[in-house]
Design a protein around this ligand. Structure first.
Ligand code: UGA
Length: 439
């Protein structure tokens, strides 16, 4: 099948590459020439485990192409996926101007039947808007269908998630569109993956409520961790007991400095706005956002507290800058928020991250932010170590070496990478999230 994917961001590039891997002929379009060039040379412009290998192999087999020529890509395709950015506006609502622009381009290139599918996370009703724009601007006599096929992949495990989804959601309202999309997903369909076929608006809504629920789960466990800190309980025991209840489940119950990334923060805000627009006050999602904002600040307070109330003139070693491990993405990263706040409070931050250092340097442009290439170098002469992202190399770090390099053995472990008892035994002043043992 011939497919065009418009937008070579995370979702677009992964979707294009994986559909090519399924044996389709895929053209992925982006406005940015540099991006197109990088992908065409087999060099993804961002870090995503497994993407490069799959990209190179499908480029070689001439099933995958990257281009800036959107007109030809659309004309040649039977299915056109929209995976362009839908960034938040200042008021939390979603900017769908790129979607509208692409819909107009599709209309002028519609030379035969095509299925136009939204993969980007778009507010409820957007796919109908696309349908109306194409209808108004297309040549008379050509037919098309629209569909919504939200993506649930996570950064850092995007390829695996695309290939092994928990479910595929297809919002389509014509038999041809359903048949074509079913055919496209055949390799996954054959593996007994559950498929949810529904109407278009419901599919759009499902995406927002899933991300909002995941965000709510994180904010919930973060609040429980805060309570554990006060009463002296261990959040890991509490979360394990919670997770053993099949109705709750063990995933997304890891406390930390708040959720970040390009999706959960944006989609929770958009969910509130979507509800507001239909006259509904979505209180739980509002509270989820509020708790998340407080959590980032709570993490800062934890560091200030262990530094005896003042970080002015202190040198803080920071491990982790990306919003989660296995990505170089720092969008809405709690780690970056913490670094900025510590600098604002008068500290010097020496930071290490295996992948996100370069991105962080362009975001935190301050002489008191010192990026370093070696995780142990940041510790030399520092007043404490803060772990903000749980990269696995931090889990396996040489604890004795950490102790030897720091001025004082103080560790603020915002991701609960280490065991509090062990750290205490080794002579550390240790703070975790919901499992700190006070001296
Ligand atoms: C999220 C969703 O998990 C995906 O299903 C969805 O497809 C994607 O958004 C999207 O809409 O495109 P992602 O942003 O890649 O995926 O990252 P997550 O794994 O959800 O993590 C988000 C944040 O929550 C991270 O900062 C992470 O550290 C934090 N988190 C996650 C916790 O603090 N605790 C947890 O238990 C889980």
């Amino acid at each position: 099948m011939r497919i065009a994917v418009i937008g070579a961001g995370y979702v677009g590039a992964v979707t294009a590459t994986c559909f090519a891997e399924f044996g389709n002929e895929v053209v992925c379009v982006d406005k940015m020439e540099e991006k197109v060039k990088a992908f065409s040379q087999g060099e993804p412009p961002f870090f995503e485990p497994g993407l490069k290998e799959l990209l190179v192999s499908n480029l070689k087999q001439k099933r995958l192409f990257f281009t800036t020529d959107i007109d030809t890509a659309i004309r040649d395709a039977l299915v056109v996926f929209l995976a362009v950015g839908t960034p938040p506006r200042g008021d939390g609502s979603t900017d769908i101007s790129s979607i509208i622009e692409v819909a107009k381009i599709i209309a002028r290139n519609l030379d035969g039947y095509k299925v136009i599918v939204t993969k980007s996370t778009v507010p409820v009703g957007t796919t109908y808007l696309i349908r109306d724009i194409i209808e108004e601007n297309k040549k008379i006599g050509v037919s098309f269908d629209v569909a919504s096929n939200p993506e649930f992949l996570r950064e850092g495990s995007a390829i695996y998630d695309f290939m092994h989804p928990d479910r595929v959601v297809i919002g389509a309202e014509s038999d041809s569109a359903i048949a074509i999309l079913k055919d496209l997903y055949r390799p996954i369909y054959l593996r007994d993956t559950p498929f949810v076929f529904t109407d278009i608006k419901t599919a759009e809504l499902i995406k927002y409520v899933c991300n909002s629920f995941l965000a709510m789960k994180i904010s919930f466990i973060n609040e429980v961790a805060n309570i554990c800190d006060i009463v002296g309980s261990d959040i890991h025991v509490v979360a394990r007991a919670m997770g053993l209840d099949n109705r709750i489940g063990p995933k997304f119950l890891h406390p930390g400095p708040g959720f970040g990334g390009s999706c959960l923060p944006k989609d929770t805000l958009a969910m509130v706005k979507i509800a507001e627009n239909i006259g509904y006050d979505f209180k739980l999602v509002k509270a989820t956002i509020e708790v998340n904002n407080l959590q980032k600040e709570r993490a800062v307070s934890k560091i200030v507290e262990v530094m005896e109330g003042d970080v002015r003139g202190k040198v803080i070693a920071l491990w982790g800058l990306s919003f989660k491990p296995n990505t170089d993405d720092i969008r809405e990263s709690p780690a970056v928020y913490i670094a900025k706040r510590l600098i604002e409070l008068g500290a010097v931050v020496k930071a290490y991250d295996p992948a996100a250092l370069e991105n962080a340097v362009s975001e935190i442009d301050n002489p008191n932010f010192i990026p370093m290439e070696d995780m142990y170098d940041v510790l030399k002469g520092s007043d404490c170590l803060v772990i903000a992202t749980e990269w696995s190399q931090f889990r396996n770090a040489d604890i004795e070496r950490i102790k030897g390099l720091l001025k004082k053995p103080i560790v603020v472990d915002l991701r609960n990478v280490y065991e509090p008892e062990n750290m205490k035994k080794m002579g550390f002043i240790y703070r975790g999230m919901g499992r700190s043992l006070k001296e």
